[in-house]
Design a protein around this ligand. Structure first.
Ligand code: GCW
Length: 861
């Protein structure tokens, strides 16, 4: 951008020429900015011109000068961001002044700094350190806009808020806006490995790591820091909790410090995930026993060394003794022993230890109904309440299992009165469609955040009102630390998360961490306006799609709190209904031929419900009062149990799955109604994602509906399940080079089988003779796009080739399954009775160009 300006300047031929050139240069600049923006890279910080927006004139009074007081890097970053944002949105380049000029200015600085230069500022509002105050003020006849707060972080959040207001067409005259974060902890965790891969990453490789090193070019990290800061996130861990010990090695620390340098101007404190076994693995000690004096010494020295490299490190994240991690139990020590030793070393540096509360030693045992994975966290940590050091935060997933499509709020939130806690929300859509399915998460998060645990009912009786957001933020029991941790999986894909619309979750997490009282709809609307502009049709359509999307995803996956019903042992992506049964994973649903669901009652089940306060437990314990959407989480019920809707459980499963798949289809059409109203690149990308989702929603629907039909033996009243009149099973057609093959698990392929190309030369065909009436038809080919090769398909009607495509997606499996099943649609082909439809395919590597079925439906039906 500077070079554009410089070139414009060098062409100076008198003042007017210069101005004209500059205007051109700026126009070119904003054109480049918006052209870049439409890849999704700029996310909600696009800063596109307000030109043509009704509110444009609102901003004409904005001062032309900006002053950054003091020497804080954060205030300087705020100034740079304001210049950038205002240039983008208003086409004006603010003048930088060192001191308050002889005209009105935007003045950036902390309370103290501003009071010195604008004595008439008067009494400043009482705000926590990271709060801010945007104040229009006339002093000595000059109209200033003051962006201030108790600390420079507050100033930064104030600057981003002002930019957001302009982006949203909000008025900014006569401002007197004060705001403050709900909680001090608002951080993101990344599960990035040092080799550049990401645990549960779906959008390319790590932005932080490559080949065991921090990436050379940190520009992307800087832009990520801007995105985080713009929604008030103040900390970020950059390596997987399944840690590579080297992250704190003497050799790597200077590298890690580079990331802290990039984060610093944006108020993001760096956090590092630790390996509990570092004393032995890195320090060559005989033991990592947390009470062994040598291990204690190791941690002290190591933590001092880390702080020498990164003096403002936020602290550490530790996952010990969980999911097979080496931990304290092998030394016969408790969680507090482990946490407190490290916390003690952190204390002199003001550092915090996040101790992950997840998955402890409760292995599913079908012979012991009391042994319930969902109970593990409470059982392990409730007895330790009050024993953790003051700088330890117990980091608790929103529900007691593991980010399933619907879970109740984890009871431990209400069970700790003397321990710092933070709620962990997963932005990564691990069990929620892996950023291939649209699933806007704030509505789900809000259900948990707003859930009243009635945690102080013992002391306050019926007046108890303790929503999870208050408990997790430390408000209820007056803890100084607490708040929100988001698991994020941004990668190097241009649009960060792989799906353009998934960025709404990152935005939503930040906004809710700042203020969990915001409504999901407001968040969706803000995000949509900032990301796609203000066309009412665009805003209305996208907001509606976002708000419905979680329920849509839920309705074609796991119903009524039963779990997502995905493959729990590997990819966590497509359907695999029995994967969690009989293997100790603890995520299962205990289905038999009479009913389904886990009995977690106190009376006859695992007793999990008893971990809630009495009034909450009472609601869950009784079948009558337990909300239907969590029914199968709390109870084992027969298939013919009648729900509050009046439907039987089994009919609800059938209906909701058909409705969900239909809604997924509707999402495509909603999106298509926006053609021409948003830029082509993002339009096409989202269209491709939604089209895929609609196909995969059918795979889910059929898998679950068919599985329940077989298990329960109860037919669908609507006669849809197991009944597909338009479907042509590939394995039953005339095959050349192809052979019928069983698909595992059976429910993930139509009729349990596919046709797989087994011929040695890798070529084959599938033929079908069309017997319908002449007309226009859409032809769907449902095939398996594995991650181990790129097979090729050609479609013929008679001798005429009508389509071709490649199976070049990278879906998470190397076999035909519910993860790889995908659909190709050839729209509107003219068919006549007797036509021979032929798929000619070439297999590649291990991918056998397997086809599940063809479906011929009247065009556009
Ligand atoms: O859901 C599981 C994920 C793991 C993750 C674990 C955790 C980093 O499948 O990839 O490990 O949760 O939260 O620690």
């Amino acid at each position: 951008m500077n070079s554009v300006l410089a070139r414009a300047m060098s062409l100076r031929r008198g003042m007017f020429v210069t101005i004209a050139r500059l205007a051109l240069a700026l126009a070119a600049l904003s054109a480049t900015v918006s052209a870049n923006a439409e890849t999704g890279y700029d996310a909600w910080l696009r800063y596109t011109p307000v030109e043509g927006r009704p509110a444009r004139e609102r901003y004409s009074s904005l001062p032309a000068v900006v002053v950054a007081l003091g020497d804080s890097e954060l205030v300087a970053a705020s100034q740079a961001e304001l210049i950038r944002g205002i240039r983008g949105m208003l086409g004006r380049t603010l003048r930088i002044a060192k001191d308050v000029p002889a005209e009105g200015a935007i003045i950036l600085g902390t309370y103290k700094e501003v009071a010195v230069v604008v004595p008439s500022l008067g009494k400043t509002p009482q705000l926590p350190p990271e709060g801010f105050w945007l104040k229009s003020l006339v002093a000595d006849g000059k109209s200033h806009l003051i962006i201030t707060g108790p600390t420079d972080r507050g100033v930064l959040y104030g600057a981003f808020t002002l930019l957001r207001m302009i982006g949203l067409d909000a008025p900014i005259t006569e401002l007197n806006l004060r705001d403050k974060p709900f909680a001090p902890i608002r951080i993101l965790n990344h599960w990035d490995n040092l080799d550049g891969t990401i645990d549960q990453g779906y959008a390319g490789r790590s932005i932080f790591w490559e080949n065991g090193q921090i990436t050379k070019d940190l520009d992307r990290v800087r832009d990520y820091a801007r995105l985080m800061a713009s929604v008030g996130i103040n900390g970020c861990s950059i390596n997987n909790v399944h840690t590579d010990t080297r992250v704190i090695s003497t050799k790597l620390l200077p590298e890690v410090a580079r990331v802290a340098d990039v984060f610093r101007p944006y108020g993001i404190s760096l956090y590092i995930s630790l390996d509990f076994a570092s004393p032995s693995k890195l320090g060559d000690l005989a033991t990592s026993d947390p009470l062994d004096p040598a291990a204690v010494e190791f941690w002290k020295n190591k933590v001092d060394e880390v702080y020498t490299a990164i003096p403002d490190l936020g602290g550490f994240v530790l996952k010990a003794d969980s999911e097979g991690r080496l931990g304290l139990s092998e030394h016969n020590r408790s969680h507090t022993d482990a946490a407190n030793i490290i916390a003690k070393s952190l204390e002199p540096h003001g550092g915090i230890l996040f101790y992950r509360g997840f998955d402890y030693d409760h292995h599913w045992d079908s012979t012991d109904p009391k042994n319930d994975f969902a109970k593990a966290l409470y059982d392990n940590f409730h007895p330790l309440d009050g024993k953790f050091a003051d700088n330890v935060i117990l980091q608790i997933k929103q529900g007691p299992i593991d980010f399933q499509v619907r879970e109740p709020a984890s009871p431990i939130f209400g069970g700790l009165t003397q321990t710092n806690q933070a709620i962990e929300l997963q932005i990564s859509q691990e069990y929620l469609g892996q950023q291939r399915h649209l699933c806007f998460l704030p509505p789900m998060w809000k259900e948990v955040l707003d859930f009243d645990m009635k945690a102080d009912v013992e002391t306050r009786g019926a007046r108890s009102n303790t929503p999870v957001k208050d408990l997790a933020s430390g408000i209820t029991f007056k803890r100084t630390l607490g708040g929100f941790v988001g698991i994020s999986n941004v990668g190097r894909d241009t649009n960060w998360l792989g799906h353009q619309l998934a960025m709404a979750n990152l935005y939503g997490f930040g906004r809710l961490a700042w203020n969990p009282n915001l409504e999901s709809k407001q968040i969706a609307e803000e995000w949509t306006r900032l990301t796609f502009g203000h066309d009412p049709k665009v805003v209305g359509t996208i907001v509606d799609m976002l708000i419905k999307s979680w329920n849509i995803y839920e309705s074609y996956t796991g119903p009524l709190g039963v779990g997502t019903l995905t493959d729990i042992n590997h990819s966590h992506y497509g359907p695999d209904i029995e994967s969690a049964e009989n293997n100790g994973s603890g995520y299962g649903h205990r289905a038999d031929d009479k009913g389904i669901g886990v009995d977690r009652t106190e009376k006859t089940g695992s007793g999990y419900i008893g971990q809630y306060s009495t009034p909450v437990a009472r609601v869950y314990e009784s079948l009558e009062s337990c909300p239907d959407d969590l029914l199968l989480f709390m109870h084992h019920v027969p298939y013919n149990h009648v729900l509050k809707s009046g439907k039987t459980l089994i009919q609800h499963v059938y209906d909701s799955h058909y409705e969900g798949a239909r809604e997924a289809d509707r999402l495509v059409r909603n999106w298509q109604s926006l053609k021409g109203r948003i830029d082509e690149q993002r339009y096409q990308e989202v269209l491709a994602d939604l089209t895929y989702q609609a196909g995969h929603a059918q795979v889910w629907r059929d898998a679950i509906a068919n599985w329940f039909l077989r298990k329960s033996g109860i037919a669908d009243d609507g006669k849809r399940v197991g009944n597909h009149p338009h479907r042509i099973e590939a394995e039953a057609q005339e095959l050349t080079g192809y052979e019928p093959q069983d698909v595992t698990p059976w429910e993930t392929a139509s009729a349990g089988q596919a046709a797989a190309l087994t011929a040695k030369d890798g070529r084959g065909s599938i033929r079908h003779k069309f017997a319908g009436k002449p007309g226009w038809y859409d032809l769907d080919v449902v095939y398996f796009d594995e991650n181990d090769g790129v097979s090729k398909f050609k479609l013929f009607v008679g001798d005429q080739q009508v389509d071709e495509w490649q199976a070049d997606d990278v879906l998470p499996h190397d076999q035909p399954s519910g993860h790889t099943s995908t659909r190709h649609r050839t729209p509107s082909i003219a068919l006549r009775e007797g036509d021979v439809l032929r798929i000619e395919a070439e297999s590649d590597a291990g991918e056998q160009a397997a086809v599940d079925y063809l479906e011929i439906t009247p065009a556009g039906a």
